[in-house]
Design a protein around this ligand. Structure first.
Ligand code: SF4
Ligand code: SF4
Length: 378
């Protein structure tokens, strides 16, 4: 085990407690040892011990990888990355996560995607994922407003858009076309890398990032639009250990969330709109602005969506594999605070949240992406 790779310099931590205020696990359990601060000190201790794979994986699993602590830490301590390094440094971790994934996971799509290449014959697992949330009766139609003539753009659909909801990619393309972007064909992107990093597959994350960068360069450096908040975080590589060069920074600047275009959309009501209660879930990696922009847009069409404060859905990639009960507790707590009516429709902008909330939703409640509000064709 490479001890140097995850030694936490405790002198950096001022014990300010800001990370405690934002950590979803600490909020749920109130256990200091599960807080970012507690885990950072535990990591420091573990680096001096010769611990087992089970102990390491147990510790490493006690984190959702939401990066909220890294975002607020005034000392810029990147705890999720320290945990990823711990996972990567442990020789038995990858065997452990593969075995859990193959036996139990229907939610860890990026790894499933890799598993298709690495372990032939796994396609049935993808087919066994079951019903995919989404596809409501769309109450709105996109109209052409064409304000972005001649600007080239390409869609990054992520594993969710590629494998489970390809119709979302079509809808994303329709949004961009309606605004006049010059749309390029969607290339064979690699994984955004977020879940790989969070699971400790640092080499694969770096390789995906390099391939995606080369694809972007080969396309002539267009804007990249993604409709998944977690893909956005993964592509930006903020939590990645590598230092970015000048052109890699340009790549990051070219990555945009499709949600930022919501205020510019031109719409008309489609036939058969329903009176269903719409509620909005802001993902950990999403922007509070998306819900507000959507509300404004819907209000213009005599519809509404209820907003609530950001709260983790509890998926956290490998976290659900390791800590199913805690993951589900977080999801049910989230549902409690969303206050859905019996036939409510929950919208969000993250594929992981759609899967987690979709698999825990109250009977009668639907979960989907905001793009599902639109009919597909222009
Ligand atoms: S990444 Fe999220 S879950 Fe993990 S310690 Fe930080 S705030 Fe808590
Ligand atoms: S936010 Fe950073 S400095 Fe403050 S307690 Fe957490 S780890 Fe320490």
């Amino acid at each position: 085990m490479n001890k140097k790779s995850f030694v936490h310099d405790a002198t950096q931590c001022t014990l300010c407690g800001r990370c405690l205020e934002v950590c979803p696990l600490f909020k749920l359990t109130q256990h200091e040892e599960l807080s970012p601060r507690g885990k950072a000190f535990l990591l420091q201790k573990i680096s001096m011990l010769n611990i087992s794979a089970v102990e390491a994986s147990t510790l490493a699993g006690l984190c959702l990888g939401c990066a909220k602590c890294a975002t607020v830490c005034p000392q810029q301590i990147n705890l999720p990355l320290k945990i990823s390094r711990l996972k990567a440094a442990h020789p038995r971790w990858q065997d452990w996560i593969w075995s859990r994934m193959l036996l139990r996971s229907t939610l860890f799509l990026p790894l499933l995607r890799f598993s298709k290449d690495l372990l032939p014959g796994l396609h049935p697992i993808l087919e066994a994922i079951g019903p995919v949330p989404g596809n409501i009766s769309a109450p709105l139609k996109l109209k052409t407003s064409a304000t972005e003539q001649n600007r080239e753009a390409v869609v990054f659909p992520g594993c969710f858009g590629r494998f489970l909801r390809p119709d979302l990619e079509h809808k994303a393309r329709a949004v961009l076309s309606s605004l006049g972007f010059n749309l390029l064909p969607t290339p064979e992107w690699q994984c955004c890398g977020f879940a790989l990093l969070q699971a400790g597959f640092l080499d694969r994350e770096a390789s995906c990032r390099l391939t995606n960068f080369n694809i972007w360069e080969g396309l002539g450096r267009p804007r990249i639009y993604t409709f998944c908040a977690t893909c956005m975080q993964g592509l930006e590589g903020k939590l990645s250990p590598d230092v970015q060069t000048g052109s890699q920074k340009m790549f990051v600047r070219s990555i945009r969330s499709l949600s930022e275009l919501i205020p510019r959309l031109s719409l008309e009501s489609a036939a058969g709109s329903s009176e269903t209660q719409l509620i909005w879930h802001t993902p950990c990696h999403g922007s509070e602005k998306t819900g507000s922009a959507l509300k404004k847009l819907l209000n213009m069409h005599h519809m509404d969506v209820s907003l609530s404060s950001t709260q983790c859905c509890g998926l956290g990639g490998a976290f659900r594999l390791q800590n199913k009960k805690m993951s589900l507790d977080l999801a049910y707590q989230r549902w409690h605070n969303l206050h859905p009516s019996d036939d409510a429709h929950c919208l969000t902008e993250c594929s992981g949240c759609i899967l987690q909330l979709g698999s825990t939703r109250p009977i009668g409640v639907q979960v989907s992406h905001w793009l599902d509000l639109f009919e597909q064709a222009l």
